[in-house]
Design a protein. Structure first.
Lengths: 162, 290
């Protein structure tokens, strides 16, 4: 049993994009804030802080989830994937390339979360239908694009029709 | 939009969790997936002294058949329930309802028990449990009890759970031959809170008459409710019967009114979605066990 009193700071160690990071968090510190303010990984964005917009989506132990609905102290020892980890050796991932090709982003505020969701979605469902892609995207809010470019980009990289 | 300070307590076993629930009582919030509690904390609608994280308690995550009942642990994730062949086969109504629960990204973490505990009147999992006549298992130190789903939900975010009790499992009656069910809902967007949700179940006897029929309604009143359709037992399992039963359920409902929808619109949704769901349930009852 672990107990962390309010107001005290607790050491949290996580692996983010393959690299070990450590920092301190209060019991109430959201993972989204821990990533941004403590680990200075600003790629993960924060929109609504109540699970609706999807901007804060990160991959924790293989699943795309809301980082604003997780406390940093809960993820001690976890493997976390954020948008900063998608491009390898300076070149964009195929999904990121497809987003660029299909104009799937404008301001980019929503994009970090969507890329993380779509990456895990394609791992579990490598050949999705357009309806399945749209259903997955329903967990994200984009104020700019109208989603059409994202649907095309995801289907393109999945090898489906676009 | 940050939570007020709280003490974080991580329970590694069920005993530890119950110990902590006993210690904090009404000052405690049990944390499962956090898809409902997280927003409540972030918006400071909930300000518990202690958050009791039960996620490490692996014994609460299982799915197991127990005779005519399928028992899902409170921590069973919605994504795992959706992928479970056992649930698809034994509790098809739940399998049909789950895609309406939040989104891919929230089902990845959200649990069956958490949704039931939160008791949002428009939530799908509580509705499916009420519609099937399921049960909620709650435990406190040294005592477990089982509560019929219909008695468990008291109103908006209100349940029969005592403050020191933890929801540990849900019990779902398994589908039998001759029984059919169907789920449907309308929301402002995919995955959003249901404006109206319906869960139909019917048993059709070999000569095409209804030996049981029910229609559960979500998002309509302050908790999931079952319309009394006992007058339709013995009626033929036809589209006309489905329409008549849904119309009766709509007339008798006492729909809430909120900025999303008027009471009249909700009543109309019960009529239309209810008729469609009942008709589908009748067809499935004739076809295969559901
Ligand atoms: S910031 Fe987490 S879902 Fe909007
Ligand atoms: S690109 Fe601006 S919010 Fe999506």
């Amino acid at each position: 049993m672990l107990r962390i009193k309010p107001g005290t700071r607790h050491r949290v160690t996580v692996t983010v994009n393959g690299r070990r990071h450590g920092g301190f968090a209060e019991a109430r510190t959201l993972l989204s804030d821990f990533l941004r303010h403590e680990l200075k990984l600003f790629g993960t964005h924060v929109g609504c802080e109540h699970g609706v917009c999807g901007a804060c989506t990160v991959n924790i132990d293989g699943r795309a989830v809301r980082s604003c609905l997780r406390f940093a102290v809960q993820v001690d020892g976890a493997e976390i994937g954020t948008v900063e980890g998608l491009a390898e050796g300076g070149s964009l991932s195929p999904l990121q390339e497809a987003f660029r090709r299909h104009h799937a982003l404008q301001c980019g505020f929503c994009t970090a979360g969507i890329l993380i969701s779509a990456t895990q979605f394609l791992e579990t469902n490598p050949d999705p239908t357009e309806d399945e892609v749209r259903d997955m995207l329903s967990g994200h809010i984009c104020r700019c694009t109208g989603y059409e470019g994202m649907v095309r980009a995801i289907l393109d990289v999945a090898g489906g029709s676009s | 939009m940050k939570p007020a300070p709280f003490e974080y307590c991580r329970a590694d076993t069920l005993d530890e969790a119950l110990e902590l629930m006993a210690e904090f009582g009404s000052d405690a919030s049990a944390l499962a997936g956090g898809m409902s509690l997280g927003p409540m904390l972030n918006m400071r609608l909930a300000r518990p002294a202690a958050v009791i994280d039960i996620n490490p308690v692996e014994s609460l995550a299982g799915i197991a058949a127990d005779g005519g009942v399928l028992e899902t642990g409170a921590l069973c994730r919605q994504v795992d329930a959706l992928a479970s062949p056992l649930i698809a086969e034994s509790v098809p109504l739940l399998a049909e309802a789950l895609p309406f629960v939040g989104h891919f990204q929230t089902r990845n973490r959200g649990t069956l028990g958490g949704s039931v505990c939160h008791a949002d009147p428009s939530a799908e999992i509580p509705l499916a449990l009420v519609a099937l006549g399921g049960e909620v298992v709650v435990q406190r130190k040294g005592r477990a009890r089982t509560i019929a789903a219909d008695d468990f939900f008291d109103g908006i975010f209100a349940t029969a759970r005592e403050p020191d009790e933890l929801v540990t499992a849900l019990r779902w009656p398994r589908a039998t031959a001759g029984t059919g069910c169907a789920f449907d809902e309308i929301a402002q967007r995919q995955g959003d809170f249901a404006i109206a949700a319906v869960a139909a179940a019917a048993t059709v006897d070999p000569d095409g008459g209804l030996s049981a029929v029910s229609l559960g309604l979500g998002g309509i009143e302050d908790r999931p409710v079952l319309a009394d359709l006992s007058g339709f037992v013995g009626a033929p399992a036809t589209a006309e019967t489905a329409a008549g039963a849904a119309a009766l359920a709509a007339d008798r409902a006492d729909p809430i009114e909120d900025p999303k929808a008027s009471a009249a619109y909700r009543r109309q949704l019960v009529r239309v979605l209810g008729a469609r769901a009942l008709e589908r349930a009748f067809d499935r009852a004739g076809a295969a066990p559901c």
